[in-house]
Design a protein around this ligand. Structure first.
Ligand code: ADP
Ligand code: MG
Length: 621
């Protein structure tokens, strides 16, 4: 019988192995950065084009490679970092598998230039799809430059599978952050399409965090420090009041390597117990040093997972260390509330005055605009908040007839109920009511209303999301943008990548009613907001939006509109737990059923359920 088993040719084996190491452009960035650090670089520059699809180049000033090493570095399992299996248990380097360069060269066109301090001339190697194209001596500075071009050029399926530029760039920036945060003693720069995204000088950890996440970060940091026999803990957590509603900045490093650990994350969350608002998540930058013998980082090919010898002790120590810091720096919010107001300095007042009082105005903010006169709802909104504003600004501004509030334009009146409920599409048909539209709010979460066939139970948040979403989409595609000018421009700070996203979405946001003043490198001025939004809500709404962008964004303009509309609707919609007056309830019901697609929230969740009298009768059987 014939033999069937054959050894795979090297380039095929390399391509298969590459699948593990190189998932996307960001994986290349990570591997090259780690190599540069392992080579002892003190300054590392990353140049990226088209989110890494066209070019990823990493230039370091590390030890470089000899001619022979340069050639060998592309061989699979070629590494200078371990010599025997035992070395695995005392790793101090990032790499050790000797697979990265071989894998990258299997799926891209690579140019390596390198020179050691011992050599006068460097080496330049071109390799594409594992095939050496050329190798020659070149004049080069000490160190190494690896340029990776047209990633996946020979695997079209994988190339086509890459996500949009913004998503791939986001991943690259994430990897860059992880490495840069682990090494504040090294200079890092990141360029994208000629624009400089980051230029991080040498500094201490705090300075590095601030350089990456923006100046506003500094005041948020609480240091954490603990030294025990098992572990040394260093780093920072965000004060609880700066916790993000969605995903915050969460970084663990073990022996200088970024890791993910749901278990340790839990320990942090636990330390914050009771200090965070519902749904908020702690942000942290925590650095653990442990004996390399006590960890096994080799359980995952991309090495972000880790096994600790004594997980439970680590959990307890970490939790205690954070609790201790939070206590020591008195950042429990309770203390803030109890603070004697007379101790506040005038400076404090001066800084906070324009923003702080508005929070109270917003408590009365009625998302349902004008209440129709015959519904019996109290028009609390106009009365109290207008008065509030005048009081707040009395004496601060010359009285003018074009104050923020008089320029607020309201949307059209509530749609005529009868007409609506006679709508011919099937979803409205069965809502035709013979009882009028009496409504009832259940547990501050649902609105119950009678309909011809029985009753309808509406999720107030989702319903409002749907209403706002359709309004926003309409406004973006139409020409009638309604804005409310702010009395004082609002200045918000963001990190550079966040600013990039904001710039990309500026046009779409303007269609919803935002008016932007100047856009700086790390801050933006907002001079007008959509009428449906109050000023105090703006920071959170934009933060939420940036966070949503962070998740998967499908490509072009249309999608941007959709994303912005969804995100704004989500942030602006009335929440569960908010009490709605009778008139507001009815107004919401009417507006929901005036929507094109009333049955589903923008996130495709049910907005209401119905129950027929027949269903009820069955229940009573
Ligand atoms: P590993 O990092 O796991 O050893 P790599 O494929 O990433 O495997 O690199 C192979 C070898 O090439 C490394 O062990 C190192 O000796 C050398 N090398 C790679 N990048 C650099 C660099 N930027 N500077 C100096 N040497 C490098
Ligand atoms: Mg490596």
């Amino acid at each position: 019988m014939a033999n069937f088993i054959k050894l795979l040719p090297d380039h095929v084996a390399n391509q298969i192995a590459a699948g593990e190491v190189v998932q996307r452009p960001a994986s290349v960035v990570k591997e090259l950065l780690e190599n540069a650090l392992d080579a002892g670089a003190s300054s590392i520059k990353v140049i990226v084009k088209d989110a890494g699809k066209t070019l990823i180049q990493v230039i370091d000033d590390g030890q470089g490679m000899s001619e022979t090493d340069a050639r060998l570095s592309f061989e699979r399992h070629a590494t200078s970092k371990i010599k025997e299996a035992n070395d695995l248990f005392a790793l101090r380097t990032k790499g050790f598998r000797g697979e990265a360069l071989a894998s990258i060269a299997a799926v891209a066109q690579v140019e390596l230039k390198t020179r050691t301090s011992d050599d006068d001339l460097g080496t330049c190697i071109h390799i594409a799809g594992s095939e050496i194209k050329s190798q020659e001596p070149v004049a080069a500075v000490k160190g190494t430059s690896v340029a990776v071009k047209n990633l996946f050029f020979n695997i079209p399926a994988r190339r086509n599978f890459l996500k949009s530029q913004s998503v791939e760039l986001r991943h690259i920036i994430d990897e860059f952050h992880r490495v840069a945060l682990a090494h504040p003693e090294v200079v890092f720069a990141l360029y994208h399409n000629e624009g400089e995204l980051f230029n991080l000088p040498v500094g201490n950890l705090r300075q590095r965090i601030v350089a990456i996440f923006g100046a506003k970060t500094n005041e948020k940091l609480v240091p954490v420090q603990e030294e025990t026999e098992i572990v040394t803990i260093n780093g920072f957590v965000f004060k609880p009041q700066f916790a993000k509603k969605t995903r915050g900045e969460q970084f663990f490093f073990v022996n200088g390597r970024f890791i993910k650990s749901p278990y340790l994350n839990h320990a942090v969350a636990n330390a914050f117990d009771g200090l965070l608002q519902e749904r908020s998540r702690a942000s942290y930058f925590l650095y653990l040093e442990v004996d390399p013998q006590t960890i096994d980082i080799n359980i995952h090919p991309t090495k972000t997972e880790i096994k600790f010898e004594d997980e439970h002790a680590l959990y307890a120590l970490l939790r205690a260390a954070i609790k201790h810091s939070l206590g020591q720096f008195s950042v429990a919010p309770v203390l803030d509330f109890d603070r004697d107001a007379t101790l506040d300095t005038p400076y404090d007042y001066k800084n906070k005055a324009p923003q702080q009082p508005k929070v109270e105005v917003d408590r009365d903010f009625n998302p349902f605009e004008r209440v129709t006169p015959n519904t019996g709802g109290t028009p609390r909104y106009e009365k109290s908040s207008a008065a509030g504003w005048q009081e707040l600004y009395a004496g601060m501004q010359p009285k003018s007839s074009t104050s923020g509030f008089s320029s607020v334009s309201y949307e059209e009146e509530a749609p005529n109920t009868e007409a609506l409920f006679k709508g011919k599409d099937s979803s409205s048909e069965h809502l035709e009511s013979e009882y009028g539209t009496s409504t009832y709010q259940l547990h501050r979460k649902y609105i119950v209303s009678t309909i011809k066939s029985g009753m309808v139970i509406i999720d107030q948040h989702r319903a409002h999301e749907r209403v706002l979403y359709e309004e926003l989409m309409m406004r973006m595609t139409g020409s009638d943008t309604v804005s409310q000018q702010l009395l004082f421009p609002l200045s918000l700070s963001f990190s550079r990548p966040e600013m990039e996203h904001l710039k990309a979405m500026k046009g779409v946001l303007e269609q919803t009613g935002f008016i932007f003043g100047e856009l700086h490198e790390e801050s933006v001025e907002i001079i007008g907001v959509p009428t449906t939004l109050s000023e105090a809500e703006v920071p959170q709404v934009i933060e939420q939006l940036l966070d949503d962008v962070d998740q998967d964004v499908p490509d072009p303009q249309v999608a941007h509109q959709e994303l912005v509309a969804r995100s704004l609707a989500k942030s602006m919609a009335v929440r569960a737990g908010e009490r709605l007056e009778g008139g507001q309830q009815e107004h919401l019901v009417n507006r929901l059923f005036a929507c094109q697609d009333p049955a589903w929230s923008p996130g495709n969740k049910k907005t209401f359920v119905t129950m027929s009298v027949g269903d009820l009768e069955k229940l009573f059987n």
